[in-house]
Unconditional design. Sequence first.
Length: 86
Amino acid sequence: MEITDIKFRHLQEVGRLKALVSVTFDDVFAVHDIKIIDGQDRLFLAMPSRRMPDGKYRDIVHPIGPALRAELEDKVITAYHNTLPQ
């Protein structure tokens, strides 16, 4: 599975939420509302989630293995840095 497009729909300088991202895979499958979060020691991705009846949040889409998660995070965060004003 190849990441073929990354679009930033919302960029924010203030707060922990830095961006909302849409990622397209193989030009045929899109995932919207991936969040770039400013963590304690690094930026990381939070997958789209839904609040369950018990009040907890559960991811509704996510990479199954660590290799795809690492590739997705690396490409999205690199694209995010390239989008920011120099």
